[in-house]
Design a protein around this ligand. Structure first.
Ligand code: C2O
Length: 330
């Protein structure tokens, strides 16, 4: 078997009206290399407690992205379309007529990590700040279980008009019980659910990252436990753009949602039991690759093996916040 890789210049717009395939580009594709030192470590912080200056910088960078010409690869909608084209039947797997799907398999965590990596560096470039870091939506902490304030001002570039008003003030990450029993009970329900899901995901690479997916596979085999819950219900309950794979990138919350998913991957990798040793060592996992525009307007091919260790390979980490669910007694 062989690893998947995309043919980014062959992309099929689905039957939906959204045409998310990029304009084919003649630009050569180069292999990812880690930026040379000196390196600034970027620190991703919770969106709900971001300091006003960092929040203003972030909003300004997103505004700059929105103002770029519509066909610029860094343009806000172009960037959102990158996500759309890697699902919804867009890009073909190189050398085949089969579409490449980045959900529902072991590609889920690495693809979104790589996507955020380039997104963050593009924003940093637009902000003129080499230490710029994306905020994360800390929906697994009681203080983060709502749409963070920085996203809620209708005049902000971080706003999206399709969010559901009924879930703005409380983010249910997928709890079925305790609904309508008051905010505190619901938050506890979220924490217990996080605890159970993380524990259920922890034992094997397949349970955490998702099923094996190789070149020529026509169907995604099924995602990891956390992709199912809480990842999916949060998409569905947040808003109509957020609820569909092809439009979710249009809501700036998408990035914050996935930064938190990515943080959970880092936690799994570093917690006892050793997600790092349990991870897949299969070359078809490690050599699977994706192509993105980077902050220097290069087209870059990044492989899964390039993004296993966020801090050592991609130069960012997450601020250490209390994970109340991690060692919870249930
Ligand atoms: Cu690519 Cu949250 O989905």
């Amino acid at each position: 078997a062989l690893p998947v890789s995309p043919d980014v210049d062959r992309c099929v717009n689905g039957d939906h009206t959204l045409k998310c395939c990029p304009t084919p580009s003649g630009k050569q594709i180069i292999d990812f290399t880690q930026p040379p030192p000196p390196t600034t470590l970027r620190v991703r912080r919770p969106a709900h407690s971001l300091n006003p200056k960092a929040a203003a910088n972030y909003a300004k960078a997103i505004a700059a992205m929105r103002e770029l010409p519509p066909d610029h690869p860094w343009n806000f909608l172009q960037q959102s379309n990158v996500h759309c084209a890697y699902c919804s039947g867009g890009h073909r797997q190189a050398g085949t007529n089969i579409s490449l799907e980045i959900h529902g398999s072991w590609l889920f965590f690495p693809w979104h990590r790589a996507y955020l990596y380039f997104y963050e560096r593009i924003l940093g470039k637009l902000a003129g700040d080499p230490s710029f870091a994306l905020p994360f939506w800390n929906w697994d902490h009681p203080d983060g279980m709502s749409v963070p304030a920085i996203y809620r001002d209708p005049s902000s570039p971080l706003y999206n008009p399709t969010r559901y008003p009924q879930t703005l003030n409380f983010t249910n990450i997928g709890c079925e019980g305790d609904v309508g029993k008051g905010l505190e009970k619901q938050k506890q329900c979220n924490l217990r659910l996080m605890h159970r899901q993380f524990a259920a995901a922890s034992d094997t690479a397949e349970l955490f990252l998702g099923g094996q997916y190789r070149k020529g596979d026509t169907d995604a085999p099924g995602g990891g436990v956390l992709e199912g819950v809480p990842h999916n219900p949060i998409h569905v309950s947040t808003g109509s753009d957020m609820s569909l794979l092809r439009t979710s990138g249009r809501d700036p919350l998408f990035i914050a949602h996935h930064a938190n998913m990515d943080r959970l991957w880092s936690i799994w990798q570093s917690t006892s039991g050793g997600g790092r040793t349990k991870s897949f060592h299969d070359p078809d996992f490690l050599n699977a690759s994706f192509v993105f525009w980077d902050e220097n307007m290069q087209r870059v091919r990044i492989r899964v093996r390039d993004c296993i260790d966020a801090r050592m390979q991609l130069n960012y980490y997450y601020e250490d916040v209390p994970n109340l669910w991690l060692n919870m007694k249930t």
